[in-house]
Ligand binder design. Structure first.
Ligand SMILES: NC(=O)c1ccc[n+]([C@@H]2O[C@H](COP(=O)([O-])OP(=O)(O)OC[C@H]3O[C@@H](n4cnc5c(N)ncnc54)[C@H](OP(=O)(O)O)[C@@H]3O)[C@@H](O)[C@H]2O)c1
Length: 330
């Protein structure tokens, strides 16, 4: 079946400026960490991609190691890009990353120029692309000089292999240092990708302030805490859930009674707001205008459709915010 995108797609989405750059990103972006590997079903992830684009999601986030096996999410995405989105490359913001272990030996992980340049070349081949829109250093490297890693990002942009660069999992202090080096090199840092959700608040201890000062956008990952902040685990662990899958990064041990108790209370509040818990968790992040886009995952098109409705209400009363804080502290 030939895919024809919805001509109305740009009327469904809100777009936000990424820091002080010229780039707008959709308020909700789609990540391909899980559910797009060779272990997954093509018909399902193809439908997820179609729905995303039809609803105005222009940004798709990948990394060298997404799968499993590592690299297979980029391969699968590349194949569908060619097959279904061939004429739409200029409407897409595609990101990839390098930082985690991708191949054996001393050049297959961390932050050397050797690793970053080789890894991006591999990612471009897998996806069949000439360039990615955003290339990230995936995690800070304690041993490589920050100057070398940032010079590699600058080089990649000058070579035309990426349009913008970003940082992921860098602390506030590391981000401030990296941003200065990049600015001096003439390749400003576009965006930071941190783990941030109602269950994971570290960015509030300084990173968000640094991003605002530096004019860097913020795209929180795992906004649903890998599915915990949804209705998935309200009544046990479903067989098709990430926690139950052997390839899932979420472990059954993380679905504790304490967590389920909090999820139930949050779910009650979401229902009072007329939202699903997933929608409330996404809205809770978007209420802060320092957050450019929320980077969600989905294992089914129905989940994506549900999550997108978060945009119908992203404001919270002060009573609702206090209730959330009390539940999270309980
Ligand atoms: N930079 C980094 O270090 C880093 C690390 C991790 C992730 N990321 C990026 O962030 C993206 C998102 O991460 P994530 O997949 O952990 O995000 P997430 O949005 O927190 O979790 C996605 C999972 O939540 C469940 N779900 C989603 N929508 C739902 C809904 N409406 N109702 C019920 N359940 C729902 C599904 O779980 P089931 O599978 O159980 O159905 C889905 O697989 C990744 O794809 C990747 O691009 C980056």
């Amino acid at each position: 079946m030939t895919y024809q995108p919805d001509p109305e797609r740009y009327n469904h989405m809100q777009y936000r400026r990424c820091g002080k750059s010229g780039l707008m990103l959709p308020a909700i972006s789609l990540g391909l960490w899980h559910n797009f590997g060779h272990v997954d079903i093509e018909d399902n992830y193809r439908r997820i991609l179609h729905l995303a684009f039809d609803q105005g999601i222009t940004h798709f986030d990948l990394a060298n190691n997404y799968g499993p096996p590592p690299g297979s999410a980029e391969e699968n995405f590349g194949r569908l890009l060619k097959q279904d989105f061939g004429g739409y490359r200029d409407e897409l913001i595609i990101s990839s990353k390098a930082g985690y272990r991708m191949w054996p030996g001393p050049y297959g992980e961390w932050g050397s120029k050797k690793y970053l340049v080789s890894s991006l070349d591999q990612s471009l081949k897998r996806m069949g692309l000439d360039y990615v829109d955003i290339f990230y250093h995936h995690r800070p490297d304690p041993d490589t000089p920050l100057e070398e890693t940032m010079t590699a990002l600058d080089l990649i942009v000058r070579q035309g292999k990426a349009l913008y660069v970003g940082l992921s999992n860098y602390t506030a202090e590391q981000t401030a240092r990296a941003a200065k080096i990049l600015r001096d090199l003439g390749t400003p840092c576009l965006i930071h990708q941190p783990k941030y959700s109602m269950f994971e608040r570290w960015v509030e201890g300084g990173l968000l302030d640094v991003l605002e000062q530096e004019g860097i956008g913020c795209i929180p990952f795992s906004p649903l805490a890998q599915g915990l902040l949804t209705d998935r685990y309200l009544h046990g662990i479903p067989q098709d859930s990430r926690a139950a899958k052997p390839t899932g990064f979420l472990k059954t041990e993380q679905v504790t009674d304490e967590v389920v108790n909090r999820i139930k209370q949050l779910n009650d509040l979401a229902q009072q707001r007329g939202q699903s818990l997933a929608q409330m968790a996404i809205a809770w992040l978007l209420k802060d205008n320092r957050v450019t886009s929320v980077l969600i995952g989905a294992s089914k098109p129905e989940q994506l459709a549900d999550s997108l409705k978060a945009l119908n209400n992203i404001t919270f009363s002060s009573e609702e915010l206090t209730t959330i804080e009390n539940i999270l502290r309980s």
